[in-house]
Design a protein around this ligand. Structure first.
Ligand code: KIV
Length: 267
């Protein structure tokens, strides 16, 4: 099967993929990587994970709306066929009016197709306010990285009957509020499967088993560039960090020995 994407995707083409061809999503934070990913991937998420993998923070809470806008502008310049999602940072959607003001700023300053919001039943009124004012929303339920300090760590969800019931209420609530798609993060596989089956919008999993309608990974996890810790769900498709260091060592060595630049690299 050819995985080269030839046509420009739209939110409605993504919505039609419920129970169909799997949706692929990856993060990117700049034009360089967005351009590399664009021909092959359906959705590029400018995730607030950039504050960890790009900015060196311990969690995602420190990134600002303007910093996210800067990176999203760059991603939009690199990717012309993928759907681009703007991850609303911590504190930018505390109520409907604040969320709308900030999301409008995102639409006015970037070419992102939609914004992503963490939260379920408790954030449904905010999603409703955005969607009824012309902002497309990808929801994010289950383990919520922006709640890491509040919860005292990254805790996998769906381990008790009570949690399962809440997760099912969460996903239903974000669907009813008008989200076009939903990320399910860090949820026991059987529960994530039930969640996915309970809604008509596509679900995209990360640490949520393989029965969701698609998958998302943070690029630096997937390609071996983020080495502080490796989450269980993150398959490494290459050892990028090691490859870069080996190439760098070769360059340093050649400069020191005078092998570089050789005739072919001189004017
Ligand atoms: O910020 C991010 O990269 C995310 C993914 C983990 C889904 O929200």
């Amino acid at each position: 099967m050819s995985i080269l994407k030839k046509t420009k995707l739209t939110l409605s083409s993504i919505k039609k993929r419920k129970n169909g061809e799997k949706i692929t999503m990856i993060t990117a934070y700049d034009a360089l990587f967005a351009k590399l990913f664009d021909p092959y991937i359906d959705i590029i998420l400018v995730g607030d994970s950039l504050s960890m993998s790009f900015g060196g923070d311990d969690d995602t809470l420190g990134i600002s709306l303007d910093e996210m806008i800067y990176h999203t502008k760059a991603v939009c310049k690199g990717a012309s066929n993928s759907i681009i999602i703007f991850d609303m940072p911590f504190g930018t959607y505390i109520d409907g009016a604040t969320a709308l003001k900030n999301a409008q700023k995102v639409y006015q300053n970037t070419k992102a197709h939609a914004v992503k919001i963490e939260g379920g039943e408790d954030k449904a009124h905010i999603i409703k306010h955005l969607t009824s004012n012309g902002i497309a929303v990808m929801a994010h339920v289950g383990l919520l990285p922006q709640s890491v300090r509040f919860e005292g760590g990254y805790k996998v969800k769906g381990k008790s009957e009570e949690e399962e019931k809440q997760l099912l209420r969460d996903i239903k609530a974000v669907e009813e509020a008008g989200a076009f798609c939903v990320v399910i993060e860090g949820v026991k596989s059987e529960v994530a499967t039930k969640m996915s089956q309970s809604v008509n919008i596509p679900t995209i999993g990360i640490g949520a088993g393989n029965k969701t309608d698609g998958q998302v990974l943070v690029w630096s996890d997937a390609f071996g560039f983020f080495e502080d810790f490796i989450p269980k769900f993150a398959k490494r498709y290459m050892e990028g960090g090691k490859l870069i260091q080996n190439a760098l060592k070769e360059y340093v060595d050649e400069v020191k020995t005078g092998e570089f630049p050789s005739e072919e690299h001189c004017y």
